[in-house]
Design a protein around this ligand. Sequence first.
Ligand code: NAD
Length: 271
Amino acid sequence: MEIRVAVCGAAGRMGREVVRAILDAPDMELVAAIDRQEIDEDAGMLAGSSRCGVCIEPDLRAALARTHPDVMVDFTVPESVDENLKLALEQGVRLVVGTTGLTPEQIAEAAALSEQRGIGGIIAPNFAIGAVLMMQFAAQAAKYLPDVEIIELHHDRKLDAPSGTALLTAQRVAAARREAGVVPVSPPEGAVQKVPGARGAQGDLTGGVPVHSVRLPGLVAHQEVLLGGLGQMLTIRHDSFDRRSFMPGVLLAIRRVRTLDRLIVGLEHLL
Ligand code: NAD
């Protein structure tokens, strides 16, 4: 039986890519396409595919109640995603969430609701397999080279900074350092930032790993993890040149989320 999927944010850059991937997947059916823009446009035509008969509609609650999807995919904006997740969980719809910018509190709240209802979901700041591997390699390497900084580079329309991928990488690096009982040696005590934030975002969310955000036209999603040591540096880099790079991960998540009864964070748990 085909997996019935609703796409929230279907008229956005990622949403259109997801719509096209679902229309091409033999085991999936697009049952609803929700967005605030391009209302009444055919979602398939918008995605550069053929007409599919599913038109963009603005009301998520009504769309879920009418179509009863198995899974809702969300690629919207940081200020909408929290509300969308709750609406889906309340209607018993499983979640595949790519939108970044959710706070730890919002994720914890969604996880509690998902567990309470026994409805599975996945939140992944990056669905590209290469980026998942980059995070794993970075965590592994940080045990031996604990001095780490992250440079993340994205297109100029990205709304949140640092990126969700950079935050998750930083958290994984910090956890690996804690587990291995190693501490970074830099920066030196008493180092002064002439401009606040000059060494990048730091703090609880990044586990103390400096994260530098670059926003420029022409970019898609790129990240470098720099690990410095005495007389050496290891650079782990991942580039998404095209939004298609995220689609195998999104389709995998749609297929596998049906086996989950709680919310998980990170695609690596499904690989
Ligand atoms: P975009 O601005 O092109 O698209 C967002 C779409 O969401 C827009 O069409 C907007 O109208 C729509 N929208 C906003 N609020 C809505 C609501 N309440 N209901 C329905 N639709 C709503 O952005 P994008 O480049 O497609 O990125 C979307 C999100 O995906 C961002 O948070 C981005 O960081 C994230 N992203 C994640 C991955 C990943 O692998 N997880 C990859 C790339 C981008």
